[in-house]
Ligand binder design. Sequence first.
Ligand SMILES: [Zn+2]
Length: 364
Amino acid sequence: MQQTAVFPGRYVQSEDALALLGDEIARLGKHALLIAGGSAARAILPGRLPAWREKFDATIEHFGGECSDAEVDRLAKVALGQSCDVVIGMGGGKVIDAAKAVAHAAKARVAIVPTIASTDAPTSAVAVIYEPSGAFSRYLFLPRNPDLVLMDTSVIAAAPVRFLVAGMGDALSTWFEADSCRQAHAVNQCGGVGTLAGYAIARLCYDTILEYGEAALAACRMKVVTPALSHVVEANTLHSGVGFECGGLASAHSIHNGLTQLAGTHDYYHGEKVAIGVLAGLFLADRPKSMIEEVYGFCERIGLPTTLAQIGLPNITDDDLWLVARRACAEGETMHHEPRSVTPQAVMAALKAADEVGKRRKSS
Ligand SMILES: [Zn+2]
């Protein structure tokens, strides 16, 4: 049995970690293509670029908004044209995924500098490619993990709390999906069966957000960095990233991919839709009542959605639910990593059950 685990080359997290970026990039190359999301371009670059440019040359490109094939091609042409040996992705999940894909196409090293802790994309060797419309297209598996992930906790604390909450939604799925893969001996996201380290980190992820999630949220509301906030930033980014990649994905992310088929969900974040996938997964996997209580209670306390209406799908029709369920069970989906075989009918039933429990708890 082949077991595989992968990790990012280097993970740096601190308050004011951005001050370290010049030295960190200088380890990797001389000329960086810096792909900046909107808030990074406005709030970070003006004050920081002069100091960074003492350590490396930088070509700045503004991210076009969607991690699509067309955007990746556009940015890769810039990187090749400017002979960039490092690509820096600075922003949210889609900027990060685009930077990974661009670096691969341009044969450059890659540094990831998230400005929010909303997904576990930063550490992994996977990029999610979307259609220009925003619908999920495919996973792009890359031959190596990012060379550097640099998390500035002051930047995360200053970002809207909804991002941190969404990150906890993504992190909430990590242990459940790794556990499904462990039971099924299913392959993880790096081409083997999970290692004990991968499963342990996935469990650490779950334990950390349940222990510190509420306190981290309070810190983020006050825009201050506390140990609890730092723990949750680490869980959302490093534990969840290593945990999903080394442990494997299963039903929650397949249901997320199904939900993206419906335009009503496009204004909601990845982690918010994944949280609905986790809740439905509790019923699919026949989890015990105590665990169902624990997960719903956590979601409610930190403000993750527990009903379909909360991800833009009030009054969803059976036809739409069927579309989601069929997409979630499509060939090649990680739904097939669940220990029992799952049909679209079962997914539809689980989504209805999860939504009903969410609604009933809200009204009681
Ligand atoms: Zn995810």
